[in-house]
Write a protein that binds this ligand. Sequence first.
Ligand code: SD4
Length: 314
Amino acid sequence: MAALACANTTEEKQATTEKEAVPGSFPIVIATWDVKKATAKAWEVMKNGGSSLDAVEQGCMVEEANADGQSVGIGGLPDRDGNVTLDACIMNPAGDYGAVVYLQNILHPISVARKVMEETPHVLLAGKGAEQFALENGFEKVNLLTENSKKAWEEWKITSQYKPIINIENHDTIGMLAIDQNGDISGGCTTSGLAYKMAGRVGDSPIIGSGLFVDNEVGAATATGLGEEVLKTVGSFLIVELMRQGKSPQEACEEAVNRIVKKNGDRIKDFQVGYIAVNKQGETGAYGIHDGFVYTVYQNEENKKHVPEYYLKS
Ligand code: SD4
């Protein structure tokens, strides 16, 4: 009896140890907002032996194809003229980068960004040229303006007032970072940008160092929120460089938010920025200006939404 009890205890211990595997055990996926279907897809890709690059591409594609999400891909809220324009970028462990900005009529800008990275001598294609490149490479022309988003735009037109709405219009832009079983890091970021933006406006999400940055020696970071503020502080690059200097992902995200806070004073009450980061060891961090920002981590067989700390405690 005593021996049996002892065996049970050992078994229980083993189970606990497995569950509480070291923070850095791979693969790992971390993404902005509550996007468990997207992180699950990325995780599955890596569990089946796929690379972190395949994982972030396929993870981002889940949200791009989700017509209910009004900040990414199909169903994204349009610009003030009623056009849905998409921004996306991707980075691989070698530090290569591909991006599309102001892309219209194409369902998967993240995949077009990957093609720009892998099959052209360039890193960024914009607008009509990006669309033409996509069509030539077998992507289909799709109407991205859903009835719901059209209705929302028509209601907005009644007042036509542009004002970022914290955590509402920003919800769902997906920035995703992944480390595969080889320990290699990739990242992707995809968005329809700010709702009712001026025609031609491009945000931080597709811009290297702002919406996304990956350095396979150090870690990676990605952003969500008011892109103009992320662009002005080159937030994701800043976070990766801070991690290189020894800061944890959490400390680095806080420092990047603090830079924005310092520059903006009182104005920070009107907009949100949120960052997530992961370092080479698989430690994660996240921080926002306001309450309401959440992120998802898939690690140690667990796919979970997390609520980060934030700067503005009323
Ligand atoms: C942008 N940063 O275009 C994007 C918007 C965003 O969640 O992140 N939405 O400014």
